[in-house]
Design a binder for this molecule. Structure first.
Ligand code: UT7
Length: 332
């Protein structure tokens, strides 16, 4: 029986640090409000002409490949998760492929927002399990600072989100009980418009009008309280589902890496699931919510900090726009 092991993880964040204090110059907000509600102290914003979604992904991928002791030429599949692709089409997967100097392996994009990386991991894992591919590169990369407006309009969105990229290199293995043990994917489109960027979409006769620019409908919209309520329900549900699937419990877990949506959400999960503080990894304080990139960035940082060791049991979990939610259980 084939399954996937994570051979290497890497990340890249743009150089430009944007503090909460800087945001107070653009909108009515305060460092206290942002930290109290979200735990975020600063985030990174991309530099035009330097960072693109695919170039950041390539930097994260190179680090992941180096840690996996593999060459890009050994990759057989690219799965790219993002809500902020370089172009409307083609997807960023092919652009990353080009950046890596590859010309003939499949590359696909996943549009599952905050759960994008786990969905992407699951897709790559299925291809490896069936024996179709032996290696895969899974990335999450986002440039969100240029789709938000730094003004009072939508300030609940623009103080939360940031830019960055993370990557994982998967390789086939036959060693039992190691690597990706299972993935658990869910979606419910009932509330699709509660966290949404509607335009430029295809459901209007004109994809972009001056009215859309003026009335803010080209900006992301988030019903924060509703998203929060659903997140704190779905996270524990999907984490427990993964553990139960293997007859494991929270005490078996070495590290939970939740999607970095809001530090208060992570703290709620930790307390309600009776996890110790050191069982939950958070870095949202430094990067804000980087959507599909947040889990691989966190995994890469946890690895660098020696918080992921051989044989550790890791749970990745996410909830976001769609609504979509997912988890993955990994034996490192
Ligand atoms: O990645 C997954 C997707 N996202 C999430 O998981 C986010 C989930 N939701 C949240 O994290 C929270 O709902 C937020 C942090 C976004 C907002 O916190 P909240 O406690 O739900 O605030 P609220 O939206 O209910 O707004 C409370 C007040 C409002 O003022 P009034 O009406 O009470 O006078 C807002 O206008 O805070 C105001 N407000 C702000 N004030 C200062 C909203 N944004 C800001 C801001 N600075 N940036």
């Amino acid at each position: 029986m084939f399954h996937s092991v994570i051979k290497g993880v890497g990340h890249y964040v743009p150089e430009r640090v944007v503090t909460n204090e800087e945001l107070t110059h653009y909108m009515d907000t305060t460092d206290e409000w942002i930290q109290e509600r979200t735990g975020i102290k600063e985030r990174r914003f991309f530099k035009e002409g330097v960072d693109t979604v695919s170039s950041m992904a390539a930097k994260a991928a190179h680090l992941a490949l180096e840690r996996a002791e593999m060459e890009a030429s050994e990759l057989e599949l690219i799965v790219f998760a993002t809500l902020s692709p370089d172009y409307a089409f083609p997807g960023s997967g092919v652009l990353l492929q080009r950046e890596l100097g590859l010309t003939n392996i499949p590359a696909l994009d996943i549009r599952q927002q905050c759960a994008g990386f786990i969905y992407a991991l699951s897709v790559a894992d299925q291809f490896i399990k069936t024996g179709m591919y032996k290696t895969a590169l899974v990335v999450g990369s986002e440039i969100q600072s240029n789709i938000m407006e730094l003004s009072n309009r939508g300030r609940n969105v623009s103080v939360i989100f940031g830019d960055g990229a993370g990557a994982a290199v998967l390789k086939v293995s036959t060693e039992k009980g190691k690597g990706i043990l299972s993935t658990h994917l869910h979606a419910d489109g009932t509330h699709a418009e509660e966290l949404v960027m509607m335009h430029p979409g295809s459901n209007k006769q004109k994809r972009i009008t001056s009215k859309m620019l003026e009335d803010g409908s080209m900006l992301p919209f988030m019903n924060g309280q509703m998203v929060f309520k659903n997140a704190v329900q779905r996270f524990p549900e999907v984490i427990n589902e993964a553990l139960k699937h293997h007859n494991l419990s929270t005490t078996d877990l070495d590290l939970l890496i939740p999607h970095q949506a809001n530090l208060r959400i992570s703290e709620f999960i930790q307390k309600s699931m009776k996890l110790r503080e050191d069982q939950v990894f958070n870095n949202i304080q430094k990067y804000g919510n980087t959507t599909a990139a947040s889990i691989p960035i966190a995994m890469s940082e946890a690895y660098e900090q020696g918080k992921i060791k051989t044989n550790d049991l890791l749970c990745l979990a996410a909830f976001g726009s769609g609504f979509v939610w997912a988890s993955a259980l990994v034996r490192w």
